[in-house]
Design a binder for this molecule. Structure first.
Ligand SMILES: Cc1cc2nc3c(=O)[nH]c(=O)nc-3n(C[C@H](O)[C@H](O)[C@H](O)COP(=O)(O)OP(=O)(O)OC[C@H]3O[C@@H](n4cnc5c(N)ncnc54)[C@H](O)[C@@H]3O)c2cc1C
Length: 504
């Protein structure tokens, strides 16, 4: 799989996120040194870094540490040991000035909705049962059929559309069937009437209610890993975005940053796949470049507001279902760890906006975003705007790799080209492989990439599944084993509209 080199390998790793840093750390276990090139001038950790503003610390989205892989859990313990806090999860839905339990509990939901709306929910549910839709093609069709239109509009439509940026009528019904599998109105009612502990346990088993978290946020983990690999003789070069990769008949030879060039025997890339292909010199063949250009992303903004109040609400985060605001979710980082604020008299909230690079939200100034955030939390009645004493905005491009109907095909074209022409380059991590997955998956691909280089491994990194477990055998027809479920856009024939390939 990889070229056999007599000399000791020298490895160049692109990106100091969880995948890149884990690769470098794993290599040191075999005595192999590497150079890690990171585009960010100051912070390691990538999407899992912890941002900082005047001593207030916040994540790019809240980062729970949990994995089904014991190896990954052990890695985290090895690095931070007793700095890892054990946290309970509280996350609720906020809608029309009320908090709804999440996972949904019918009694709580109906009480909160009030008698008129609750009656409308039941009526529309009955209507959907008596007159089911003739065709169930979209997410909207599926949820309306299962729960009735009123519940669909309250609990499903708004948030899904905020996150993915496409109407629910254009998202495939398959996704709903996979995501909401096993949950039906009948099962919800049964759970309310027969609250046997076993049933309740089953209902919430998919929603992890405990997780670990470093005292100073996920960045503490990745800063510690960078420090350890530095102590072992590796170099993490900051402000070193890779802009060009020179390849030839012997594979990849040199990568270029603004500061100069780096040569290596082996390379691991965690930079976004689209950018990697765009940076190849000489350019990749046209079909490969076209496949890369068709890979899409969803972007993300955190507006961090500093509130002059010791407590705001007990949740780790709150989903915002009101359609009157653009805000999708609010993180309360002090409830993740008290060390996330420099002064216990204050709270720092992370207001999360999902967007596309270049759209109105993305191009708004920081001051406008802070104003928007302040206005929206005030309009929801969650925070008194007079208590907001400071704020900042952090834009995160390529937060989510998009899975449209064609992404797997496009990734396959790129993979085949790279595996054939540049076999000393391995792709790892989330955007590096265009996989919508968590830290544990990114880390496991890094561990296996390192073992391929240093321990004669022949691991196929694409065979790591979303539970960060290596699947020895991929069954026929399973091309997408490592992906978490994300919505897919309906095909043109199903919607009657065109698909631009930019969104799931
Ligand atoms: C909102 C949100 C919430 C999340 N919540 C969780 C959670 O609760 N739990 C969890 O485990 N995971 C969570 N994740 C996922 C987690 O952030 C990622 O899985 C993980 O960070 C992926 O690691 P990576 O190293 O593959 O990529 P990244 O974290 O993206 O790191 C890639 C690194 O490469 C650098 N880079 C990019 N281009 C170049 C270049 N040209 N040259 C040099 N360097 C470059 C980047 O600056 C970055 O540092 C969440 C993600 C998001 C967006």
């Amino acid at each position: 799989m990889l070229p056999k080199s007599q000399a000791k390998p020298h490895v160049v790793i692109i990106g100091a996120g969880p995948a890149g840093l884990t690769t470098a750390y794993e290599l040191t276990r075999y005595g192999v040194l590497s150079t890690v090139l990171e585009r960010d001038p100051h912070k390691v950790g990538g999407l899992s870094r912890t941002a900082e503003y005047k001593g207030f610390r916040f994540d790019i989205g809240g980062h729970r540490f949990f994995s089904k892989s014991q190896e990954i859990e052990d890695f985290w313990t090895e690095i931070l040991a007793d700095r890892m806090l054990e946290r309970g999860r509280l996350s609720r839905i906020f809608y029309r000035n009320r908090f709804f339990d999440y996972p949904l509990k019918p009694l709580n939901a109906l009480t909160n909705l009030g008698i008129p709306t609750a009656s409308a929910c039941l009526l529309s549910y009955a209507q959907a049962k008596v007159f089911p839709p003739k065709q169930v093609r979209s997410f909207e069709d599926w949820v309306v059929m299962s729960f009735g239109r009123v519940l669909y509009e309250i609990f499903f439509k708004t948030y899904t559309e905020k996150v993915w940026g496409i109407p629910c009528s254009e998202i495939s019904a398959d996704w709903a069937a996979q995501r909401i599998k096993g949950l039906s109105m009948a099962s919800l009612i049964k759970t309310t009437l027969l609250p046997a502990p076993k049933q309740r346990g089953a209902l919430i088993k998919t929603l992890i209610d405990r997780f670990r978290y470093p005292g100073r946020g996920p960045g503490e983990m990745w800063e510690a890993v960078a420090e350890r690999i530095g102590e072992r003789g590796c170099c993490v070069e900051m402000d070193a975005g890779v802009t060009r990769l020179d390849w030839g008949t012997d594979g990849l030879k040199t990568v270029w940053t603004r500061n100069g060039s780096h040569q290596g025997t082996h390379f691991v890339s965690t930079m976004p796949l689209r950018e990697l292909v765009e940076s190849l010199n000489p350019p990749a063949p046209q079909p490969v470049r076209a496949a890369a250009a068709r890979l899409g992303y969803r972007d993300f903004i955190t507006v961090a507001l500093v509130i002059d109040q010791p407590e705001c609400f007990p949740d780790n985060w709150i989903y915002i279902h009101d359609a009157s605001v653009k805000l999708g979710r609010i993180q309360n980082f002090k409830n993740w760890s008290p060390e996330m604020v420099p002064d216990p008299r204050y709270t720092c909230l992370g207001l999360e906006y999902f967007c596309f690079e270049g759209d109105g939200l993305w191009t708004a100034s920081d001051a406008e975003l802070i104003e928007l955030g302040k206005r929206e939390v005030a309009s929801l009645g969650l925070i008194d705007p007079a208590k907001v004493v400071d704020g900042t905005a952090v834009r995160q491009a390529k937060a989510y790799p998009v899975y449209d109907d064609f992404y797997a095909h496009n990734v396959q074209i790129i993979r085949e080209f790279l595996e054939c022409e540049i076999p000393n380059l391995q792709l790892a991590g989330r955007n590096g492989m265009h996989r919508y997955n968590n830290q544990d998956h990114a880390m496991m691909t890094g561990i296996l990439a390192a073992r391929n280089i240093a321990a004669g491994g022949t691991y196929d990194l694409w065979a790591v599944n979303s539970d960060a477990q290596y699947q020895e055998e991929i069954r026929e027809g399973e091309t997408d084993i490592s992906g978490r479920q994300v919505p897919r856009r309906l095909k043109p024939a199903q919607t009657g509209s065109t698909v631009d390939g930019a969104m799931p």
